[in-house]
Design a protein around this ligand. Sequence first.
Ligand code: ADP
Ligand code: MG
Length: 333
Amino acid sequence: MNHLLEINELEQRFDVSPGFFDRLKIRNGRLRYQKSIVHAVNGVNFQIDRGEVFGLVGESGCGKSTIAKTIIKLYEPVAGQIKIDGEDITSYDYKKMIPVRKIVQMIFQDPYASLNPRIKVLDIITEPMAIGGAALGKAEIREKAMELLRRVGLGKEHVNRYPHQFSGGQRQRIGIARALSVEPELVIADEPVSALDVSIQAQILNLMMDLKDEFGFSYLFITHDLSVVRHISDRIGVMYLGFLVETGPCDDVFLNPRHPYTKALLSAAPSVGEKLHIDPLDIKGEVPTALELPPGCSFQTRCPFAFDRCIQERPRLISRVSDRMEACHLLDN
Ligand SMILES: Nc1ncnc2c1ncn2[C@@H]1O[C@H](COP(=O)(O)OP(=O)(O)O)[C@@H](O)[C@H]1O
Ligand SMILES: [Mg+2]
């Protein structure tokens, strides 16, 4: 059976070079032309199966959103492969992506920025249904929008309003209804509650989980918030500097993190580390910039356990214990 989503050796880079003359640098007495490339996503592999919630975690800037946007082809991947239900969509153009967009939908962090302010809620919700030619008539579409609104906790009276007439939580409910309007199989949610008040976050998370059970889709759930990811994920992947460093069943990883970065990340989160009695692991320094990746392991500049091999050889994400994977030479010893 095919995985619902499979990404293999995915790479994404951004050219952030300044203007032509600023790129010219003198090095060793010679004029050189230098580009600045952000290595946002580096050889990432993971799969998501039907009905599964895969949580992708890691600090801001580690490449989570870039992976999401590359999967839905807002960015063309630089290298690697993206498969949806076994179908390789890596090189699909806009037209070929139309049917794929009915299978994979996205919910964004900032519901205000992602909803067109000049369009009424009815049209916002039904827009994805119309892409590629609507199968339903106008009355049916309206009825479906009403039903979706009800299902996400909004009323019929909201259908003719504009996004600015809603609160943040309500706008995210609209974003969810919009994503679900095409009955997707995979919903990619990128920090869907991070912009909301804490009191609203739990409501929206519970709604998202209820809808998953009811509709039976899967989530790629992206967040930097460990308590959120723990609450909802079946499996998680931990990212650092554009690399996936550890994956495994959510509870196992939280109870027994194996990669030093995962240990550091979990032990640094007060709500998580204390409760789980993870020994605090102090890591030194700051995240290097994705402009200049360190040689070898991406985490070697900060890892308290780094040894020669970590500097020389980039560790691959491999499985040593059933269901778990880590990219760490330490675990080979
Ligand atoms: N459109 C872009 N142009 C240039 N750099 C980008 C772009 N999008 C993201 N980046 C860079 O790529 C890296 C990963 O960013 P992002 O995927 O947004 O991380 P996250 O979602 O984990 O916070 C960061 O260094 C960020 O500055
Ligand atoms: Mg992001």
